[in-house]
Each structure stands twice: as structure tokens, then as C-alpha cells.
Design a protein around this ligand. Sequence first.
Ligand SMILES: [Zn+2]
Length: 102
Amino acid sequence: MLLPGVDVDLERLIVSPELLVIEAAARGKPPRCPDCATPGRHIHSTYWRTLAERPVTGRRLAIRLRVRRYFCDRTRCGRLTFVEQVGGLSECHRRSSPGLKR
Ligand SMILES: [Zn+2]
């Protein structure tokens, strides 16, 4: 309900008078390497990204999103790792979500 159409698991919701924090983990299919299109199979690591969002009911909304970094298994590919993106929520090198930018 909070993140319609976004493929994530909601892990925690923190509500304070000024701030709403949603912590979620990406759970979509492994992405393909952006350079050679080999599907990711082996997870290198995970990390948290913070995305600012639109205010909701007078509170600032922040989304903390745990994403996975994969190895590229193709030996001839120059890219060692790549990070998954969550459709509708994260895009490469963006700190705010598409909703906030609009
Ligand atoms: Zn690759």
C-alpha cells in the first residue's frame, strides 16, 4: 500500500511527528549486467540506499532501500560488479526517487 507497484519487502516503518521512514529490501529477479547482459547469479554484497520522497500527511518521507550488488560472471566482461535497480524507485546514481523529482 505504501509503495504500490514496487517489488520490495517492507522490513520496518518508523513514524515520528515530522518523519516517516520506510525500510525495504529489493526482492525482484536478479538484474542483467549493464555491459554484457549476463544475468546476475552471485551476490557480491548488499547495502542501503536512502531516497528522499514526497511529504506524506505533513511528514517528510525517506525510503531506505536495501539493494544487492552482483558479480558479473562473464570472464570477458570488463565490469566486475553491478547493482540492481528497483523499478519505480531507484535509478542509477539518483539520490531522490522519480516521485520527488516530478
Ligand atoms: Zn558483464
